[in-house]
Design a protein around this ligand. Structure first.
Ligand SMILES: Cc1cc2nc3c(=O)[nH]c(=O)nc-3n(C[C@H](O)[C@H](O)[C@H](O)COP(=O)(O)O)c2cc1C
Length: 403
């Protein structure tokens, strides 16, 4: 199948001039043999390359290009399919914006195009090319400090040794810190429910009598608050997950929460209730009143897994939480994906205007953290920084710059 793939990257300064010309010459021969057309634009720093050809060949070539040490910060912008080639099968062409004007570069790219000009003006591939030519450097540069410049050092159990299994409870909790790495600060501790066998939340709820789910869900929060007291969390905040229908179906649910919070010596303002985006949108009208009551006590509200459901930003027209957690699917390999970066930027901009704090969850790589930090996110949760630990807080890995 005919595929078009576009990426951008930053060329290493050791690969300018003659070295770049040599790279292009070699690539031209290889591409011609593979029936791939490579249109490469260079502005003295950034590369934009369009690769067009058979899908398996383009994908295999791109995998090699991504690993090439002569450039860095490679971000895939587009991968699409089409009925016919946009460009003649020329192997490889380099357009250097340092030696030719934007206008002549655009004209020559169009000269190699097989698309009628009225089609080209509406074509995403040509729009990417045109933006690169006219806008020059990308407005948002997210590679000020590369991930390689950073390393992690661990802080041992900041709240003492974990308690192990606690007897006499229907469930256990595993704690995972949400951190602000630049500040070296724990922002809050999420308390994740676990079965007594250590099983996941899904397993725990699947084993319950369906008629009792909401009641049990609510009652388990009492264990979480008691554990927070036992761990002496001080003025730290804790976040617990709750099925929003538990607030509707169990009479006196909000009062119960406040009572249990106070029994454990905590303030309602220290507690954040997390509900998922899908739960929020599917039952919004039903539990709107319960949410209001909850907010009236001072308990905070966060939207979990934002971006995984079907509501998206339109949810924020109905309701603005204190905190929004960007789903791990968007976070994963964000440094490599143009579409993911565009989505994160729009969430950051929206939440900045609405004064909603943002957390990126599921961080596993330094590269993901670096990109998100430079996009304006300050709070992070994920295995890179700390894993969930049963009835305690595990080691925290703080990033710092290498000397
Ligand atoms: C910015 C950039 C663009 C490249 N474009 C191509 C290309 O279009 N075709 C190609 O064969 N190699 C291209 N290369 C070189 C490949 O990364 C790789 O070195 C080459 O395919 C040989 O792969 P191999 O050493 O694994 O055999 C490019 C390298 C860079 C840095």
């Amino acid at each position: 199948m005919l595929t078009t793939l576009i990426y951008r990257s930053q060329l290493d300064s050791s690969c300018h001039d003659d070295a770049l010309n040599m790279l292009v010459e070699q690539a031209k021969q290889r591409n011609t043999a593979l029936g791939i057309t490579g249109i490469m634009l260079f502005n003295g720093q950034d590369i934009l390359q369009v690769l067009e050809g058979r899908e398996d060949r383009v994908v295999a070539l791109y995998q090699r290009i991504v690993k090439d040490k002569r450039h860095a910060s490679v971000v895939e912008l587009m991968r699409d399919y089409g009925p016919r080639r946009r460009f003649e099968n020329v192997g490889m062409l380099l357009f250097d914006l340092q030696v030719r004007s934007p206008k002549t570069v655009l004209q020559s790219v169009l000269r190699y195009s097989k698309l009628e000009s009225y089609l080209a003006s509406d074509d995403r591939v040509f729009k990417f090319i045109q933006s690169f030519i006219t806008r020059g450097n990308y407005a948002h540069r997210h590679h000020d400090e590369r991930a390689e410049a950073w390393t992690l050092t661990s802080e041992k159990h900041p709240f003492g040794e974990p308690a192990g299994l606690i007897d006499g409870q229907t469930c256990q909790f595993a704690l995972q810190p949400i951190v602000e790495p630049y500040e070296g600060k724990i922002s809050s501790l999420e308390m994740l429910i676990r079965g007594n066998d250590g099983g996941s939340p899904e397993q725990f709820f699947a084993n319950l009598d369906p008629a009792k789910i909401y009641e049990v869900d609510l009652q388990t929060k009492a264990y979480a608050f008691a554990l927070a007291k036992r761990l002496k969390i001080g003025s730290h905040k804790i976040a617990v997950n709750l099925l929003p229908m538990s607030l509707v179906n169990v009479p006196g649910a909000v009062e119960f929460l406040v009572e249990q919070i106070q029994l454990s010596g905590l303030q309602p303002e220290q507690v954040i209730i997390e509900v998922t985006e899908n739960e929020m949108i599917s039952g919004f009208n039903t539990f709107n009143n319960a949410i209001k009551a909850l907010r009236g006590t001072g308990i905070g509200l966060a939207i979990d897994d934002f971006g995984s459901g079907y509501a998206g930003l339109s949810l924020l027209t109905k309701f603005q939480p204190d905190k929004l957690k960007i789903d791990r699917e968007i976070v994963s390999n964000v440094h490599l994906s143009g579409p993911k970066q565009a989505i994160v930027k729009s969430i950051v901009s929206c939440c900045t205007d609405l004064e909603i704090s943002l957390v990126a969850e599921g961080i596993e790589k330094l590269e993901e953290w670096r990109w998100l930090e430079s996009a304006g996110i300050r709070r992070f949760q994920g295995f890179l920084f700390a894993r969930p630990q049963l009835n305690g807080v595990g080691d925290i890995h703080w990033p710092h710059m290498r000397h």
